[in-house]
Design a protein around this ligand. Structure first.
Ligand code: SF4
Ligand code: SF4
Length: 457
């Protein structure tokens, strides 16, 4: 199956329960943002620009666990910021497991290996030695790591252990060159790959989440899926990047760019995703076939952002993950007070101009699952897709995944030099490279590979 049976059944039961009770609006997935601190500054990320990224500003563990009870979503996506910086991430994950939630840890991958080494320290000796041998053979740990793991002491009482209820959900926007360019730091792709390899050896479930931008080539996405299939990655979420407020402001102010050069319009999204139904035959793309038809331009859906609500330090964020019109203390209060009909696109008309180009997963995938724009056969289509066999990619085409700094194409160094030459001001096409894609990116010299956040975890 595309998703473990127990998890699919849990979600199905949740939908049926609310359908029988005729609950008008309910949560399917909670996007929980315990903090907004991050060790990266990705292009297109509004989060770290809209909210305080001070480590002092975070939700308490109790508030995090209460918020899941408040909306009662069966799935919780722990995001941020970088959630592995959250000091009580282990306690949060284990608290959610006690509540029997399906958990996604949405991470940029940079601290995953550290967390998995903590888990290894708690294993029985023979199991530990067997993993140390396998990981050393793959160069995923060094001798010092092995010695630390053998010593066994971890500063933490709790650890993040593998479970069928848990996925690492790694942010990956392309292969090495593109991904490092988008996250504005070289070496991130390689670290993500090493972390995913280590996770698979240790028995974790691994998914990826990808945002597609204007200059992301379809070939790049397909190559990435092929490469991830070889790594044994369990599934993928993919969504179009559109010009929501916070990201748009960053694009204009910090990078001096016209957002139109970077983000997708509705029409462009449909072009980029025209092949998504074909991709789902070969790769395990999560979501509903109804949403995929919407992305491919084959039907319309209305927005159901209330089904994937966001909770952060300021409360329940309305109306959606991307746009902010207010924050509410309770999920039900947000449901009752927001005028949901004033958002989304209905019959080609944008109810709010900021929704015009939005076709994102968190606004429209639940519409496919909940049958808000039901067409005959949709239920059967969704059941067949999610209860059907997990696709196995059988292609043999080799993918050159390490096509950036690993082969000497260190684009950020060139970009920084260009910035310095221009007196430190972010410049236009500063990423001069052999590969002219994503030329709209620039580089922030203050990119905080923040050692203080590193120390904090
Ligand atoms: S990893 Fe990138 S996209 Fe994610 S929160 Fe950090 S800066 Fe934003
Ligand atoms: S269409 Fe829905 S998800 Fe998209 S910006 Fe509007 S309210 Fe948010």
């Amino acid at each position: 199956m595309r998703f473990p049976l127990a998890l699919t059944l849990k979600i199905t039961r949740h939908i049926l329960k609310h359908k029988i009770r005729r609950t008008p609006k309910f949560a399917m997935v909670l996007q929980l943002e315990p903090l907004h601190t991050c060790n990266l500054t990705c292009t297109g990320c509004g989060r770290i620009r809209e909210y305080s990224t001070d480590l002092k500003d975070m939700m308490s563990l109790e508030a995090c666990l209460e918020s899941t009870e408040d909306c009662d979503a069966p799935m919780v996506s722990i995001c941020g910021g970088e959630p592995l910086i959250y000091p009580e991430i282990e306690e949060l994950v284990n608290g959610l497991r006690s509540q029997k939630r399906i958990i996604y840890i949405c991470t940029n991958g940079m601290f995953m290996r550290r967390k998995m080494k903590d888990y290894m320290k708690t294993l029985p000796l023979t199991e530990k030695e067997s993993f140390i041998r396998k990981l050393s053979e793959e160069n995923l740990i060094n001798e010092k790591d092995a010695a630390d793991i053998r010593k066994g002491a971890t500063k933490k009482k709790d650890v993040i252990a593998p479970s069928k209820w848990l996925y690492w959900n790694v942010h990956l926007d392309g292969l090495e060159y593109i991904h490092d360019l988008i996250v504005e730091r070289e070496g991130v792709f390689r670290e993500c790959v090493d972390a995913m390899k280590m996770a698979k050896i240790l028995g974790y479930q691994v998914a990826t989440n990808t945002t597609v931008y204007k200059e992301t080539e379809v070939k790049e996405i397909e190559g990435m899926f092929r490469f991830l299939a070889d790594l044994g990655v369990d599934g993928h979420t993919i969504s179009p990047g559109y010009d929501y407020d916070a990201a748009k402001k960053d694009m204009s102010k910090r990078l001096g760019k016209d957002p139109e050069e970077f983000f997708l319009t509705r029409e462009m999204t449909r072009q980029k995703f025209a092949g998504i139904q074909e991709w789902t035959k070969h790769f395990n793309i999560f979501g509903t076939p109804v949403y995929h038809e919407f992305l491919a331009g084959k039907r319309e859906l209305t927005c159901t952002a209330w089904a994937i609500p966001t909770r952060n330090i300021r409360g329940w964020k309305a109306p959606c993950y991307l746009m902010t019109a207010g924050h509410y203390p309770k999920y039900q209060e947000m449901l009752d007070e927001v005028d949901w009909d004033s958002y989304g696109v209905v019959n080609g008309e944008a109810k709010d101009p900021r929704c015009e180009n939005c076709m994102v997963h968190c606004g429209y995938d639940p519409s496919g699952a909940l049958g808000t724009n039901y067409q005959r056969g949709d239920n059967w289509k969704n059941i067949k897709y999610n209860f059907g066999p997990k696709p196995e990619y059988r292609g043999t085409e080799e993918v050159q995944a390490f096509n950036g700094v690993s082969i000497g194409k260190g684009h950020l160094a060139e970009a920084k030099a260009a910035i310095r030459k221009n007196g430190g001001t972010p410049v236009g096409a500063s990423c001069t490279s052999e590969k002219p894609v994503l030329s709209t990116h620039s580089v922030d010299e203050t990119n905080p590979v923040d050692s203080s956040t590193d120390e904090a975890i």
